[in-house]
Design a protein around this ligand. Structure first.
Ligand code: DON
Length: 349
C-alpha cells in the first residue's frame, strides 16, 4: 500500500529537522554559481593560514590578503567575488599551457616519450626525483611529468623555434589565446626569479646530462623562468581553465586554442600531478584536474561545465594556496562539479 505523509507527521518531521511548519522544501535547493562563489568568499576571506612563497624574493612582497575567485562556464558566463583584477605571477600554472602547446604542436606521444606522464610523488623542485627517475621498460621514457620543474623545463625546451625570441613569442601567444587577452611578464618577478633560480639551473643541466633535454638547457631555464613570471589575475586564470573545460575552445573569445582530442591528456596529467605530492588528496575530495602555482593561483577544470580559479598567495607545505584549495573544493562540490560523481536516474532514487 502506498503511504503518504499526514499533515501532522509532516509538521513533526519539519520541526525535528528545524524547519518550522512553514511550507519550505525539505531538500535544500542547489545554490546558483554566484551564490556558491559568494559563500566561499565570505567563508574564507578571514582565514589566516599558510605563508607566501619566499624562495623567490619578489613573491614574499605580494599582499597576502589578496583574494579573488572567478568561475567561467563553458558557455562563457562569468561569476566573480573579491579582487579578480590584481595580477600575480602565473608560476607553475604556466606548465599546463606549455605542455598543451607541445602536445598541440608535436602530438601527445612527444611528451610521453621525452618527459613521461607519471606522478613523481616528490616536491616540484626535487633534484633527487631526477636522479631517482625510473624509465618505462621498452620505451625508455622517464617516469616523470611536465608539471614538476624538471619536466616543465624540458617541455619548454621542446617548443620549436629558430631563436629564443621566436620560442618566447609562441609561448606567450599560447597563454594569451587561452586567457583571451594580451598578457605581460611581471618584470620584477622575472628579475627576482632569474637572480635566485640556481636550483632550476642545476635541474636544467642535470636534465641535459640524462638526455631529457636535447640541447641549450640555459635557454630552456630562462624561457621557463619568463613563462612563470607572466602576470595573470583570477579572471584570466578562470578563462584559461574554462578553455580546457570547453574542449580547447576559449569560451570568451570563441577561438580554438587546443584540438579537442588533445585536451584529455592535458587534464589527465593535471589530475595526477597538478597539486604535486598532494594531488591524490585533492582528487579524492574534488575529482577535479587542477594546477597550482607558488604565486598563489590555482586553476581547476570541471570538464564540460566550468573552469574556476582562485588567487590567494599564502601556501601550505606542499606549495599550494590554502584559501584557493578550500574555496574551489566548496564551490565545485556545491555545484556538482566533480566529474567522478556521476548522477544517473538510479543514483537519484
Ligand atoms: O620554478 C619555480 O620554482 C617556480 N617558477 C614555479 C614553482 C611553482 O609554482 C610550484 N607550484 N606550486
Amino acid at each position: 500500500m502506498r503511504r503518504t505523509l499526514s499533515a501532522s507527521a509532516g509538521a513533526f518531521l519539519a520541526a525535528v529537522i528545524g524547519l518550522g511548519t512553514a511550507a519550505r522544501p525539505l531538500v535544500a535547493e542547489a545554490p546558483t554559481p554566484q551564490q556558491a562563489v559568494d559563500a566561499a568568499y565570505a567563508k574564507y576571506k578571514g582565514l589566516q593560514e599558510g605563508k607566501n612563497a619566499d624562495y623567490i624574493p619578489a613573491l614574499a612582497k605580494v599582499d597576502p590578503n589578496l583574494f579573488g575567485i572567478a568561475l567561467v562556464t563553458t558557455d562563457g558566463k562569468v561569476y566573480v567575488a573579491g579582487d579578480v583584477k590584481t595580477e600575480v605571477s602565473i608560476q607553475s600554472i604556466s606548465k599546463v599551457f606549455t605542455m598543451a602547446q607541445v602536445i598541440q604542436e608535436q602530438g601527445p606521444a612527444s611528451i610521453e616519450k621525452q618527459i613521461g606522464v607519471d606522478a613523481t610523488g616528490a616536491r616540484f623542485n626535487s633534484i633527487i626525483a631526477v636522479e631517482a627517475v625510473k624509465t618505462v621498460s621498452g620505451t625508455g621514457a622517464p617516469e616523470m611529468n611536465p608539471l614538476v620543474n624538471p619536466g616543465a623545463i624540458s617541455a619548454t625546451s621542446m617548443v620549436k623555434g629558430s631563436s629564443a625570441d621566436e620560442v618566447w613569442t609562441k609561448i606567450l601567444d599560447f597563454h594569451n589565446s587561452a586567457a583571451g587577452r594580451q598578457l605581460q611578464v611581471l618584470q620584477d618577478v622575472y628579475k627576482s626569479e632569474s637572480d635566485s633560480n640556481q636550483r632550476n639551473q642545476a635541474i636544467g643541466a642535470l636534465m641535459l646530462a640524462y638526455g631529457y633535454i636535447k640541447d641549450n638547457w640555459q635557454q630552456a631555464v630562462d624561457l621557463y623562468t619568463r613563462q612563470c613570471s607572466i602576470g595573470v589575475n583570477a579572471q584570466d586564470l578562470a578563462t584559461m581553465a574554462a578553455t580546457l573545460a570547453s574542449g580547447g575552445t576559449n569560451p570568451a573569445t570563441g577561438k580554438r586554442v587546443l584540438d579537442a582530442d588533445k585536451v584529455p591528456g592535458v587534464l589527465a596529467v593535471m589530475a595526477t600531478a597538478g597539486l604535486y605530492d598532494d594531488s591524490g588528496k585533492w582528487l579524492y575530495h574534488t575529482g577535479l584536474p587542477a594546477k597550482s602555482g607558488v604565486g598563489g593561483g590555482i586553476i581547476a577544470v570541471s570538464p564540460g561545465k566550468f573552469g574556476i580559479a582562485v588567487v590567494s598567495p599564502p601556501l601550505d607545505e606542499a606549495g599550494n594556496s590554502v584559501r584557493a584549495q578550500k574555496a574551489i573544493a566548496d564551490i565545485s562540490n556545491a555545484l556538482g562539479g566533480n566529474p567522478l560523481a556521476v548522477k544517473t536516474s538510479a543514483s537519484q532514487q
